[in-house]
Design a protein around this ligand. Structure first.
Ligand SMILES: [Cu+2]
Length: 102
């Protein structure tokens, strides 16, 4: 259990390091891919059915993310296939960048 906690802490530390240089678009291979289900401007959230996100150790699922900048909500709409950057901030998963997949 302690080993697991240590590994988790190390991953989180690496993740926060990895996030520092990100101005707007993450350059890593860990950009998540998914399909937008819902855009909720009132609560500043976007619901995405996403694939595995290795950097966050997250399996595929549909979930709502808060967006870092409300302008990101204009970048995609329900039904769009997207790739997006996600970071962990204050215990929440926050979308830091989003782009409709080519
Ligand atoms: Cu998820």
């Amino acid at each position: 259990m302690a080993a697991l906690a240590t590994r988790l802490l190390v991953s989180l530390a690496l993740l926060s390091l990895a996030c520092i240089p990100l101005a707007s678009w993450p350059q890593s291979d860990d950009n998540a891919q998914g399909e937008v289900r819902k855009v909720d401007r009132d609560s500043r959230k976007i619901t995405i059915k996403h694939g595995q996100i290795k950097s966050l150790d997250m399996p595929p699922m549909t979930m709502a993310f808060t967006v870092k900048d409300p302008a990101l909500l204009d970048a995609a709409q329900a039904g769009d296939k997207v790739r997006f950057g996600v970071a962990r901030e204050d215990g929440k998963f926050v979308v830091t960048a989003i782009e409709v997949a080519p």
